[in-house]
Design a protein around this ligand. Structure first.
Ligand code: CMP
Length: 136
C-alpha cells in the first residue's frame, strides 16, 4: 500500500549542491517522486509548516533560515514512504543522532542546518502536502 511523504531540501542543502544526491538516494531506495519543485518559501507557509514548533527557542531562527533561499519541495511516494525517507535522512541532529550513511550523517554538522525535512507521520505528511502542493 503506497504512502506519501513531504520532503524538503532546505536552503543549506540546495546551497551545498545536494539536490541531486537527495533525489538519487530517494530513487535508489525504490521510492518515487510524485511532485518536485524548486521554490522560495513565504513567511506564512513557513509558519504553517513549523506551527508545532511555535514558542520554542529556535522557532524564529528556523523561520528565518527556511525562508532565506530556495528549497526543493517534493512529494515522495512508496510503501512506508514516511519511515523510509526518515531512514535516508537520518536523525534530526546531524552529529549526535544521524548515522553515517544517512544524508544528515554524511553531509550535516548542525541541527538547524540539517539539509532536509521529511514528514514525521502519515498525518503530518497529508497536512504538509496540502500546504505545499494544494492541487495534489
Ligand atoms: P525538521 O525535520 O525540518 O523539523 C524541525 C526543525 O527544527 C528541524 O528539522 C531542525 O532544522 C530544527 N531544529 C530542531 N531542533 C533544533 C534546535 N535545538 N536548534 C535549532 N534548530 C532545531
Amino acid at each position: 500500500m503506497n504512502e506519501r511523504t513531504l520532503v524538503l531540501v532546505k536552503p543549506d542543502g540546495v546551497g551545498k549542491g545536494l539536490v541531486g544526491e537527495v533525489i538519487s538516494r530517494i530513487e535508489k531506495k525504490g521510492l518515487s517522486l510524485a511532485a518536485l519543485e524548486l521554490r522560495s518559501v513565504s513567511r506564512s507557509v513557513a509558519e504553517e509548516h513549523y506551527a508545532e514548533h511555535q514558542g520554542k527557542p529556535f522557532y524564529e531562527d528556523l523561520l528565518e533560515f527556511i525562508t532565506s533561499g530556495p528549497v526543493v519541495a517534493a512529494i515522495v511516494e512508496g510503501p512506508r514512504a514516511v519511515a523510509a525517507f526518515r531512514q535516508i535522512a537520518g536523525g534530526t541532529d546531524p552529529v549526535d543522532k544521524a548515522a553515517p550513511g544517512t544524508l544528515r550523517g554524511d553531509y550535516g554538522l548542525e541541527v538547524q542546518y540539517n539539509l532536509v525535512h521529511g514528514s514525521d507521520s502519515v498525518e503530518s505528511a497529508e497536512r504538509e502536502i496540502k500546504l505545499w502542493f494544494p492541487d495534489y
